[in-house]
Design a protein around this ligand. Structure first.
Ligand code: SF4
Length: 461
């Protein structure tokens, strides 16, 4: 907190230094994706410290125990390679913890050495360390490139690549590949598809894994998660929809090129317009009509929007987070009449700049945005120092700026370490849009109540 007091409004070009990054490292995303497969044990091929950090990052966000193994690199494996450690780990994990699948991801260290997961996995199979009916999937996740979003995307593709086949007999289902989002958002995708009468294969699916009930019994492999037989059948599906360009395009394109399953990659269905696009894509792909129950929820969103537009209108917002999340949020803010004044995302990609330019073209304000390693919360703070905003939207790390600048914060994204709700209540879909509007409005109206003069302090707002 004290350090933030040294943030100045004087912005200098930085090429190498990142301060308070709006991202975390690749294996966190890979571990999270692996937990969305039923009976899967994530394994970190690297040192114990990396694995401990990745597990704790997920545990602190979801408030659930997160399982994972580590190859426990020592000085020897760091120099000569980690093959023997990984083969011993595969043997131990299948013998002691009995998962159906081990999902292995690399770390900076094992990538720098050049360990080849394909070759090591094959050797483990040849050595009889993979029991009959069990599987290994893997992904390369070097953290000196990319972010947790890249790691998630790499593991999702690894899972799909490790399982999906084509029998030639259509299964009549639509593959839905969610980006890096909450278990509650994955549940919402399934709920919307259910309302539309569309059978889906949702991969990964962390609902019921990282937001499960307290039963009094520890279950290493909770009931939730995508089932192996369903992932295997993805090559026979009608089509695939990815929600989140960064996190899902690789898997969707793989299914398209390998099995001729036509794919469509959308943004995350956060807000009115993005949810409309998702519902429409599902309607067209599955050849169904949109039921009244969905139109009813959409109508509720429009009703809230028109009732409260006076409170949203003209409010300046600063956002930080994953590109798939913030692009959707920026669009929703504009729909609500707010001004997305500043946006940073630690994950790079040309599409971010192109899409932001498109979204902001009619916004009457000189909005600033940036993606990549130097698009950090320090820069966001500097922009705010020069011209303040009315609302912050992003993860828990923004609470320091919120306190320093006395700006209300709506927590959204990863990680959220100091509040609950994200695991259980979606931001996706029309119901998610209603929840977001409630959160935005509460933050804005609470601040108005706090700051307004007595003569303008109203009972009815
Ligand atoms: S950035 Fe690299 S070294 Fe650091 S925790 Fe992540 S994988 Fe490990």
């Amino acid at each position: 907190m004290a350090l933030l007091r040294h943030t100045t409004g004087e912005i200098k070009e930085r090429k190498a230094l990142t301060v308070n990054p709006a991202k975390t490292c690749q294996p966190v995303g890979a571990m999270y994706a692996a937990l969305g497969v039923h009976g899967c044990f994530p394994h970190s091929h690297g040192s114990q410290g990396c694995c401990a950090y990745h597990r704790s990052a997920l545990t602190r966000h979801f408030k659930e125990p997160v399982i994972a193994g580590t190859s426990s690199f020592t000085e020897g494996s760091s120099v000569f390679g980690g093959q023997s450690n990984l083969i011993a780990a595969i043997d131990n994990i299948f013998t002691i913890y009995d998962p159906d699948i081990i999902a292995i991801h690399t770390t900076c260290l094992s990538e720098t050495i050049g360990d080849d997961l394909l070759q090591i996995s094959q050797k483990a199979k040849d050595d009889g360390k993979v029991p009959e009916g069990k599987r290994i999937v893997y992904a390369s996740t070097p953290s000196y490139v990319g972010t947790h979003v890249t790691g998630y995307a790499n593991m999702v593709k690894g899972i799909v690549k490790g399982f999906a086949t084509k029998t030639g007999t259509p299964n009549g289902k639509v593959n839905i590949i969610p980006g890096f989002c909450e278990p509650s958002d994955m549940a919402e995708l399934r709920r919307i598809a259910g309302m539309m009468g569309v059978e889906i294969i949702l991969v990964p699916d962390t609902n019921g894994v990282l937001n499960g009930p307290l039963t009094g019994h520890y279950e290493m492999y909770p009931k939730g998660g995508a089932k192996a037989e369903d992932i295997t059948s993805m090559g026979d599906s009608i089509g695939s929809i990815g929600v989140g360009r960064w996190a899902t395009a690789d898997a969707v394109n793989y299914l398209d090129s390998e099995f001729k399953v036509p794919g469509k990659v959308l943004g995350m269905p956060i807000g009115l317009k993005a949810t409309d696009r998702f519902v429409d894509a599902l309607r067209l792909m599955a050849g169904v009509t949109v039921p009244d129950s969905i139109n009813f929820e959409r109508g509720q969103v429009v009703d809230i929007l028109s009732d409260y537009t006076q409170y949203f209108y003209g409010k300046k917002v600063a956002l930080a987070g994953d590109p798939d999340q913030v692009l959707a949020l920026v669009e929703f803010c504009i729909t609500l009449g707010m001004i997305p004044a500043y946006t940073v995302s630690g994950t790079a990609g040309k599409f971010f700049d192109d899409r932001m330019a498109e979204l902001l073209k009619d916004v009457p304000y000189d909005c600033k945005y940036k993606c990549g390693p130097q698009a950090d919360m320090y820069l966001l703070h500097q922009w705010i120092k020069n011209e303040p905003v009315d609302l912050l939207i992003g993860n828990t790390y923004l609470k320091y700026i919120a306190r320093d600048e006395d700006i209300p914060l709506v927590r959204h994204g990863f990680p959220i370490l100091d509040r609950m709700g994200h695991q259980y209540f979606p931001s996706f879909g029309y119901s998610g849009a209603m929840r977001l509007m409630e959160k935005f409005l509460s933050a804005i109206m609470d601040r108005q109540d706090r700051d307004c003069p007595e003569t303008r302090f109203e009972l009815q707002m």
